[in-house]
Design a protein. Structure first.
Length: 334
């Protein structure tokens, strides 16, 4: 563990690390990890031997210290440090968050508060506070809504939790669905059978599964229908029991479709509804089932509504800026 020698009046903190091998990993190749922290927080990090000196304004410097400490603890626990891990810690400890010395000590020993999702191929960790709360609700509630812009991890995290619960024996199957609303009347003109026609609209769900399950295992589970990926219309008339069920792009479900889907929930199942209210592709005059569900169900206990903003975008940094630009234009009535 690093030792800190500083007071609130000083402009630098010194962090001493006992394990030089872990320190090398913490710094990254050509000190790339340190450079990433410096550029995000506007601090300077100087390495001399097994000591890192953090120089900068109080809030940014304190944040850098907390981030470095959290990353070092991660290495001590046997995990690696990658760009996504640095991004997560910077989001969890923003520079404008004022904390006391007691709270800093709590962060240092707060490993139990971290949320992790284990899948066959990788360990997934939420990268923002909103993502963390969302994952906790996915495990705790039978019906969870994730509402917010693209790139905030709504569907990705839901599928990860579904794979985790299947591996743990909590559900017998995973069912992933989307409205094929973009297809409209053009669906019949696409080549191939029905699966060939709708698979392009389901591709983001396949992409997520490929991230969490080995290819051969995924292919077998799809063949045996332990995992089902199907358009929303295929859910009619079914009772989905002992399953982890995800409806993606729910803003494009009509009110009748949403009611139909929600009432498929059977015993032992978990259901997740994800969507972005700003990207409704339904014909003019057709009400979005996501908006109606939010209005009608938000006060029912055991149903969790989770909201994301541009600050939770974990894709390319430009995605957040693009979303913010459009939101600002809409706010002006443009």
């Amino acid at each position: 563990m690093p030792t800190q020698s500083a007071t609130h009046e000083t402009t630098q903190d010194e962090l001493e690390y006992a394990d030089n091998r872990l320190l090398i990993e913490l710094c990254g190749e050509y000190d790339a990890n340190l450079t990433a922290i410096e550029s995000r927080l506007g601090v300077q990090i100087v390495r001399r031997g097994n000591v890192l000196t953090v120089i900068g304004q109080d809030e940014a410097r304190d944040t850098a210290v907390r981030v470095l400490d959290a990353l070092y603890q991660r290495l001590e626990s046997g995990k690696s440090v990658e760009a996504a891990d640095i991004d997560r810690e910077l989001r969890m400890f923003p520079a404008d968050m004022i904390v006391s010395e007691d709270q800093i000590e709590l962060f240092k020993g707060d490993a139990a508060a971290r949320v992790e999702i284990k899948t066959r191929k990788k360990l997934i960790e939420p990268r923002t506070d909103a993502q963390k709360a969302y994952v906790e609700n996915l495990f705790e509630n039978e019906l969870t809504f994730g509402i917010g812009p693209a790139g905030t991890g709504k569907t990705y995290l839901a599928v990860a939790v579904g794979v985790n619960m299947f591996i743990g024996g909590h559900v017998d199957k995973i069912i992933l669905s989307r409205p094929a609303v973009e297809a409209g009347e053009k669906l019949g003109y696409l080549p191939g059978d029905m699966k060939d026609k709708v698979d392009p609209y389901m591709q983001p769900l396949y992409d997520a599964l490929n991230d969490f399950l080995p290819g051969k295992q995924l292919a077998k589970m799809l063949e045996e229908k332990v995992i089902e990926i199907a358009p929303l219309a295929f859910m009619r008339g079914r009772t989905l029991s002992n399953a982890f069920v995800v409806l993606d792009e729910a803003q494009n479900a009509t009110s009748m479709q949403m009611k139909m889907f929600l009432t498929r929930l059977g015993e032992g199942s978990r259901m997740v509804i994800t969507g972005d209210r700003t990207q409704i592709d339904l014909p003019r005059g057709v009400s979005s089932g996501l908006r109606d569900a939010e209005r009608l169900l938000r006060h029912i206990k055991s149903i969790s509504f989770n909201y994301f903003t541009a600050k939770d975008v974990v894709r390319h940094h430009l995605v957040a800026k693009i979303i913010e630009a459009y939101e600002a234009e809409e706010a002006k009535g443009g």
